[in-house]
Design a protein around this ligand. Structure first.
Ligand SMILES: NC(=O)c1ccc[n+]([C@@H]2O[C@H](COP(=O)([O-])OP(=O)(O)OC[C@H]3O[C@@H](n4cnc5c(N)ncnc54)[C@H](OP(=O)(O)O)[C@@H]3O)[C@@H](O)[C@H]2O)c1
Length: 287
């Protein structure tokens, strides 16, 4: 990864920070983003110290607000003349329905609109690279169907199911992106479960009612483990960012073992994808 410039959203902690550390160890110039300057600066210092790589930068921005997504893209472009790898890592699972400053349901804003908008805004920088890669992280369970009439929980909000719906929407919109944009590769991977702030913030009421009895087991499985599981979960992103095996490979889904796997049926539905694309494009105010 020498001479490669990598931008990783949400890399001040969890899987993103471990991804940044692994790529820094490979010699990449790594730019991490987070919401807090304090945790951001601490993460930069830690990555520099553990990797021995001084080329680590920080950009601050809460991706739930589009003004910040636009500002992040601008700040990146001022500093760097190209982008080799964009990892849309930041994700959100919230316990209740909340609207962002743009009036968008927060899971949908962070998990779908933000990566879509950021990838668009950085497309020129990506195309300035000879072989740019965009990597997106999906969630856990994939729902059988994408509920197009409830994309922003207009009718119901359902904890982890809402999160999973937004991750399925992200997969569909990124697959569509890969079909429309041939200048860069765009793929989705599943990192596997890790003990992070995200999993540790899950509460029983976010589980489907019939599944709440397994919450103690879930808590046990996601107990703090000193970033061990987050490091393991970073492997999928690191593989897609760095492996020569996936050079030129686009529009694919990679499972927890970084093996190419079948897309969920909902992603392959062209009508759904086109409807979703125009909805997200409108919400991003790209037109
Ligand atoms: N952990 C799992 O078991 C698991 C399983 C499947 C998929 N995933 C996916 O993997 C990705 C990383 O997950 P994780 O568990 O590592 O998450 P995490 O620990 O919650 O994420 C930490 C990072 O995301 C940043 N972040 C959170 N909300 C943000 C926002 N609104 N705007 C900007 N940055 C934000 C945090 O920055 P601050 O410094 O501001 O906090 C921090 O850098 C997510 O897309 C998640 O959906 C995780």
């Amino acid at each position: 990864m020498q001479n490669k410039i990598v931008l990783i959203t949400g890399a001040t902690g969890g899987i993103g920070k471990q991804t940044a550390l692994a790529l820094a160890k490979m010699g990449a110039q790594v730019v991490i983003t987070g919401r807090s300057k304090l945790s951001g600066e601490a993460a930069v210092a830690e990555i520099k110290q553990q990797s021995g790589n001084p080329k680590i930068d920080l950009l601050i921005g809460d991706l739930s607000a589009q003004i910040n997504v636009r500002s992040l893209a601008e700040q990146f472009k001022v500093k760097f003349d190209r982008l080799d790898v964009l990892i849309n890592n930041a994700g959100l699972t919230s316990s209740k329905k909340e609207l962002t400053a743009d009036g968008i349901e927060s899971n949908f804003a962070v998990n779908v609109v933000a990566p879509f908008l950021l990838t668009h805004l950085l497309m020129d920088s990506l195309k300035a690279s000879s072989s740019a890669r965009v990597i997106n992280l999906m969630g856990g369970d994939v729902p059988a169907k994408l509920d197009m009439d409830n994309l922003q929980s207009e009718h119901s909000f359902d904890g982890l199911n809402t999160y999973s719906q937004t991750k399925l929407a992200m997969m569909a919109v990124m697959y569509e992106f890969s079909q429309r944009e041939k200048g860069v590769t765009i793929n989705v991977c599943y990192p596997g479960q890790a003990s992070t702030n995200m999993t540790r913030s899950v509460t029983p009421d976010m589980f489907p009612r019939a599944m709440r009895f397994i919450f103690p087991l879930y808590k046990f499985m996601t107990r703090a483990d000193g970033d061990k599981s987050a490091a393991k979960a970073s492997r999928s992103s690191v593989y897609l960012a760095s492996s020569a095996e996936v050079e030129g490979v686009s529009g694919k889904y990679f499972d927890v073992n970084s093996k190419m796997a079948a897309w969920p049926a909902a992603v392959l539905n062209t009508v759904t994808r086109e409807r979703l694309w125009s909805t997200v494009e409108q919400l991003s105010r790209l037109k």
